[in-house]
Design a protein around this ligand. Sequence first.
Ligand code: ADP
Length: 489
Amino acid sequence: MPTGSYINGKWFHPKSERLVKNINPADPKDIIAEFPAGTVEDAHAAIQAAQATFPAWKNTPGPERGRVLWRAVNIARARLEEIAQTMSREEGKILKEARGEVLKGISLLEFFAGEGYRMHGKTMPSEARDTFTYTIRRPIGVVGLITPWNFPWALPVWKIAPAIVAGNTVVFKPAEITPATASLLVEILEQAGLPPGVLNMVVGSGATVGSAIVEASETRAISFTGSNEVGTALYHQAAKLNKKVTCEMGGKNAIVVMPDADLTRATNAIIGGAFGSTGQRCTATSRVLVAPDVKNKLVELLGERASQLRVGPGLDETSEMGPAVDEKQWKTDLSYIEIAKREGARLVTGGGVPPGANGGYFVEPTIFDGVTPEMRIFREEVFGPVLAVGVATDIQEAIKFSNAVEYGLTTSIFTQDINNIMRYIEDVETGMVHVNEPTIGGEAQLPFGGTKNTGVGEREMAEEGLNFFTELKTVFINYGGTGERNLIR
Ligand code: ADP
């Protein structure tokens, strides 16, 4: 695995004062690699390389650009286990989830490879006689992609694949704590025949490298996923420079459980949504809004299941939940547990560091009952294995409480009642809605993203995700022979 940055088709070690230690969160003594942190100059060199390559890449036919992604699909399949093991070791997620994430990235590569044949425009009738009007999609130029650590493989794929298949050239900055998986992705695209300069990666901090990418006049579009704090500041910074921006940020996703719900299925969905990936998904289930009649039974089922989850290193095949990604996130999780206790929520299970943590950043799967909308644990994103359960007396209250947060990413409702299902789909303020399944999951062909403070800009993945990376050009061809627009007035 390369351990540097990648500019203009070359791996190199930036001349840096600072080495970024790539640490296994299940065992912080296990140092995977040391990556020299990139500098502002490296970011500028990457941008220059991308800009110099843009004309040639833009003029490469779309299907040919897509073929690079197809070849990457085959290489990624052959290297699946290596990618999954690397990801599990540096990010902490259990191997089953890591393998699933590699496959998800492969589906995204497949989907966007095919988009190289499409990039649809539209034809529309003109108001004028003898005039042919239509739209075409063209790449934007150099685009900046900034990603977080929680999906270190699939998330970079879902930005890089549409960006390059659309004909853009890329400057990519992965999260500083997960550079190894990002490097594997870049290496695979290199092996797949991506020409030098099309994809450039600079490993480094957000404040230096990330900020330099956003500030540079050459980057015409920025796609960011990460925290609200950073995303909002980045959005303002980029807006001042009139850049196209998409930011996908936090979530505080609820599952509503109505009185007629199948409680066993609801329990499966909630446990998977709350504790899968150690709760470190933007689509994690972090709230349950349950009907009073079934609340005690549901809480009992949830408590039983959560307390039985085997918490351990992601690389151990028997583990069912891995550690928090690093010390900072671990401390955040533990501090929210204290906040919830202080606010008067009732601890059902978990609430601390499990026995045998051995210095790893482990947190017990934790459930609080009696959570009400004014509590911080109801409203704020923890990004850890901490679930808040509260009561909603009917569908109106379920909708009201579900919407009573600043975020709007995803949600789910468990019921058999078609009227309640339809009412919920209509009135809930989220970008994605599930019925009788977990809040998690996205598919390459389906738009992904949220409303309110969760996101700004175009949805990601799917055709919408590709559209973000294109400029629309409207064309008027007048074959009337007079040089004037022949409007009927
Ligand atoms: P998370 O903790 O979920 O990774 P962050 O918002 O802290 O969320 O980071 C997301 C990405 O944004 C990372 O790649 C990070 O390095 C980058 N980043 C952080 N600060 C800035 C900034 N000021 N400008 C641009 N990118 C940044």
